[in-house]
Design a protein around this ligand. Structure first.
Ligand SMILES: [Zn+2]
Length: 554
């Protein structure tokens, strides 16, 4: 698999993010090249070539058409009109500004999902296969040309996922949700995401569909989302300190112990928790990081005279260095008090500069509950110029006070039964339909005073669905370990390379590849799949299987 980048074309800027999305989907055998260096020899060794949105000259179009007619598969995102014409489609020179994608056979995507960004309108030749449509217009189409295939997206799925995950940059540093004037990540979604659709992980469905199409045209081993073949989701448990009493921490930790659960606690400045408490609770598997807050938060509450845009960077720097000093521990994961944010991804950039690797600030706050980011998965942030920021965005699906607190402006003020019913369904769908993680938050003070019935019900739902309940740090360890794994094919043998030991990893092995160990049969997205579970791998290269019949391309 080859992904083409075009660093000189501004409209192509999301192609590095596309590579991030392929990795999230466990497709890690790709190589990359720049458009300016594209040649027939490079193309010929790849069974599928992914072309991001860009413009091509006549020579490049001819190269790609030759590649297809001689047996390659070209997957192109919002291809330019000259390529569209060369592939036998007719541009109508019209666009759909935004729409909803419906899959023709309802595999992977069973309900319409939002497409943000323009969709081109084409007339398709009679022998093309319509795979998905937007407002009755072809949105994803396949066509066999000569000995090969083209798979055309009429929209830029990488840009679309960036927008679904990170919101609308036009709303940066503004508030739109009618709450308390604090600029939170959720404000970026107010005029983009219909709250009635936040129960659907739309970004995850886009990437799962992309991976599914690639697997149809270029079957290859694919890393499963979780370590074990049978695991279909995980619950990531977090707890914002908010100056809770030590006894309230003890109550939450006792509850976690009863549910075989581990948690990351984000500690405020002037926390009541001492290093000795931390050491004791770490021994039980919990982890601790910082919950950055302003000194005045303790005294006068959240309102401040200073514009938020001027205080967040300093607040983060001060809180991170103080926490590291006080607890002599690194700050790898984080959530800010009141999830104060900065810019589009400016806060993420500041966090990355301080070595923070997993950000939990994209929390669903009123009017949202669930998939604010259209996702439960950890994916690195991307800025408006397409530059990847080395910090994973880990969306948080809910926190108790947004659901059942009786007074807060951002609370739905539901009773516990209603909150349990809604969150039970979200957890069940995450485990059974979407295979996406569920990150939640419970403050010790809230657990000890009003939210225990809701949070315990959430843990029990996770247990019913076989979801391990892990800390944000444990999830980060898995995320970074999985992220560095590469798969590659050499002389008909598929190999896995890792630069660190792996406790367990599972690989989806498509038919046509003979695995080197027995596989487990699982049903995912309604399809039967063979999963190869590899426990206890040392760093280095390991064999996965070999191609049943020799193929020339990889
Ligand atoms: Zn807080």
């Amino acid at each position: 698999m080859l992904i083409i980048h075009d660093p000189h074309a501004p409209q192509s800027r999301y192609s590095p993010y596309l590579a991030e999305l392929l990795r999230i989907e466990g497709l890690v055998s790709y190589q990359a090249t720049n458009l300016s260096e594209l040649n027939a020899t490079t193309l010929a060794v790849h069974d599928i070539v992914i072309l991001p949105r860009t413009t091509l000259d006549r020579h490049q179009i001819a190269l790609l058409c030759d590649y297809v007619t001689t047996g390659g598969t070209l997957l192109a995102l919002l291809p330019d009109n000259n390529l569209v014409k060369a592939l036998g489609f007719t541009p109508c020179y019209q666009l759909i500004p935004h729409g909803q994608l419906t899959m023709c056979d309802a595999t992977i995507v069973t309900e319409p999902i939002d497409v943000i960004g323009p969709t081109a309108i084409w007339q398709v030749p009679a022998d093309a296969t319509m795979l998905a449509h937007i407002n009755q217009q072809p949105a994803i189409v396949g066509r066999t040309i000569g000995a090969g295939n083209v798979l055309l997206y009429a929209f830029d799925v990488a840009y679309c996922v960036a927008r679904l995950r990170q919101g609308d940059p036009h709303y940066v540093d503004l508030c739109a949700a009618g709450l308390d004037g604090i600029y939170r990540p959720s404000e970026l979604f107010v005029h983009q995401l219909d709250p009635q659709r936040a129960h659907i992980p739309q970004a995850d469905l886009h990437t799962a569909l992309l991976a599914h199409l690639i697997m149809q045209y270029a079957p290859q081993p694919r890393i499963w989302y979780y370590p074990r073949a049978q695991q279909t989701s995980t619950m990531i448990m977090t707890s914002d300190d908010d100056w809770s009493q030590v006894a309230e921490f003890e109550a939450l930790i006792a509850g976690l112990a009863r549910h075989d659960a581990q948690c990351t606690f984000f500690l405020v400045p002037q926390s009541r928790v001492k290093s000795s408490d931390v050491a004791r609770w770490q021994a039980a598997g919990h982890t601790f990081s910082v919950h950055p807050a302003l000194a005045q938060d303790i005294v006068v509450g959240l309102a401040t005279d200073e514009p938020q845009v001027r205080i967040v960077a300093d607040m983060l720097a001060e809180n991170i260095s103080r926490h590291q000093r006080e607890y002599t521990a690194p700050v790898r994961t984080i959530r800010q008090h009141a999830v104060r944010w900065l810019g589009y991804v400016e806060a993420a950039r500041v966090l990355a500069s301080h070595g923070v690797q997993l950000d939990c600030n994209y929390l669903a706050v009123s009017p949202y509950l669930g998939y604010l980011c259209g996702s439960g998965r950890a994916v690195r942030f991307v800025d408006e110029h397409g530059q990847i920021i080395d910090c994973f965005q880990q969306p948080t699906l809910w926190t108790e006070e947004c659901l059942i607190h009786t007074e807060y402006v951002f609370s739905f003020k539901w009773n516990v039964a209603q909150a349990v019913a809604v969150t039970d369904q979200l957890i069940a769908d995450a485990a059974q339909r979407y295979y996406t993680p569920v990150t939640i938050n419970s403050h010790p003070v809230s657990f000890a005073t009003y939210s225990q019935p809701l949070i315990e019900a959430n843990w029990q739902a996770a247990q019913r669905h076989g979801m391990p309940i892990v800390s944000a740090d444990t999830w980060l360890d898995w995320t970074t370990c999985r992220d560095q794994i590469r798969l590659h094919c050499t002389n008909g043998t598929w190999l896995l390379t890792t630069n660190q030991p792996i406790e367990c990893i599972s690989i989806i092995v498509p038919s046509g590849i003979i695995p080197f160990a027995p596989t487990t049969t699982v049903i995912r997205w309604g399809m039967q799949m063979q999963m190869l579970e590899l426990p206890q791998l040392n760093s280095g290269t390991h064999t996965i299987g070999r191609i049943a019949s020799e193929r020339a391309r990889s």
